[in-house]
Design a protein around this ligand. Structure first.
Ligand code: GUN
Ligand code: FE
Length: 420
């Protein structure tokens, strides 16, 4: 056992921060929280005094594309569908080459570590070798992840398609290779409806339901995309129903990114099926997609997490996503004449930690029994005057960055810097 003494800040509930000035948190050998409080526990094990630093939960990024890492900060001049064709698909095709994949994926994993993102649900590509390599690099780094071999058999160039049989068997192989006990596991990943034929969706639905594997995909991101889905799947009552029909919409734990234009019927289907929306506000503004009405989803009892959606989103820090989530919610607030309250800092922080973390088990805060996923923040540079602890956290979130992160823990393990 080990006990850390620091200024501990987390969000056990979205209403408010829990702040323990000079608090203590004890972590078991298995990496779980066994004590949290203002008093020093009777048994501490090794006591690690972190001084005037902040101890916060590490971040969870529930939607991003590892093979798009090279395009970060590029290609913001098009909307979703032409953006995919012009910039994204050509880049993803390069992952047929394992050497290229190793170079980009090593940097990707390094940046997750750097930005304090300890858990991800990530899209790879259609290439099984490169996808396994990504999973290996994440495992080696000690990060937690769901890794998806992307399934796509239509409306994509040669070299970036697999077929239903391949997607089924290669995802099954990845699941067997990774197992269900470790921090890195497989997830069923239909890219989106325009990429997946009926045969593909049938195969993936069977796979998810027989194996119990979770599912991730994209939903109602862009108006042209939605019109296209209605043409491709005329029998579906809404875009979400096109997944639901095949058992890919909450029959197993499911993440759906974006939902900028989810209508009441789709909202209802998500609520009934416990589908988690992954809100990606940086991507939604970069691709001029729209703004997901997050307050509306929260009011309807829908689970919401946050994602960078690299490289639709331009930067891998979840700090920026928290900030954009609040800022875009303020535009909704203003446009609704105040009827849609904007997200508080605590709410947005909760979405990036405990809400996203719940997809991985007990992850995302320092409640008893939770995995100790934590960041040690040294904000001495920002804290040059008499700031309170809530002010220090707010300043770190808005104007801090990876330079302020001094230690990163995933499930109790202090993670060393992975090789580039
Ligand atoms: N929809 C289908 N593929 C993608 C992708 O790579 N990024 C985003 N933002 N949306 C998608
Ligand atoms: Fe995406």
């Amino acid at each position: 056992m080990r006990t850390y003494k620091a200024h501990i800040i987390d969000t056990p509930s979205p209403d408010a921060f829990r702040i323990l000035e000079n608090g203590y948190v004890s972590v078991s050998e298995e990496g779980r929280v066994v004590y949290i409080g203002s008093q020093c526990p009777v048994e501490t094990g090794e006591l690690v005094d972190l001084g005037d630093r902040l101890l916060i939960p590490a971040f969870c990024d529930l939607h991003l594309h590892a093979p798009q890492y090279r395009n970060n900060g590029l290609a913001m001049d098009l909307e979703l569908l032409p953006w995919l064709n012009k910039y994204t698909f050509p880049e993803e095709m390069k992952f047929a080459h394992v050497d290229y994949a190793r170079r980009i994926y090593s940097r990707f994993v390094h940046e997750l570590w750097m930005q304090g993102t300890m858990r991800v649900s990530v899209f790879a590509t259609v290439h099984p070798e490169a996808t396994r390599l990504l999973a290996d690099l994440l495992r080696k780094a000690g990060l937690g992840a769901y890794v998806g071999l992307v399934a796509m058999d239509r409306n994509a160039p040669d070299g970036l398609r697999n077929n239903a049989l391949q997607a089924f068997s290669e995802t099954t192989n990845l699941d067997r290779y990774l197992g269900r006990e470790g921090l890195v596991r497989a997830i069923v990943t239909p890219r989106f409806i325009p990429s997946c034929s009926e045969e593909m969706l049938t195969a993936l639905g069977r796979l998810a339901n027989e194996s119990g594997l979770p599912v991730q995909s994209h939903l109602s991101e862009n108006m042209h995309e939605i019109d296209w889905v209605h043409q491709l799947e005329p029998d579906a009552t809404c875009y979400g129903d096109a997944y639901h029909k095949y058992g890919l919409f909450g029959q197993t734990p499911t993440l759906m990114a974006h939902c900028c234009y989810t209508n009441p019927q789709e909202t209802q289907l998500m609520r009934l099926n416990n589908v988690c929306i992954v809100h990606c506000p940086t991507s939604n503004t970069n691709l001029a997609s729209g703004m997901a009405p997050i307050r509306h989803f929260l009011n309807n009892g829908i689970k919401v997490a946050l994602g960078t959606d690299i490289s639709g989103g331009h930067y891998m820090s979840m700090l920026r996503v928290i900030q954009y989530a609040i800022q875009t919610s303020k535009i909704h607030y203003a446009q609704s004449q105040g009827k849609m309250p904007f997200l508080s800092l605590a709410e947005a922080f909760y979405l990036a930690t405990k809400s996203g973390g719940s997809f991985f088990g007990k992850v995302g805060c320092f409640d008893l029994g939770y995995d100790f996923d934590a960041l040690v923040i040294d904000d001495a540079y920002l804290n040059f005057d008499h700031y309170t602890l809530p002010e220090r956290l707010e300043r770190f979130i808005y104007i801090g960055d990876d330079r302020d992160i001094r230690m990163r823990f995933c499930q109790g393990r202090l993670l060393p810097e992975p090789p580039l």
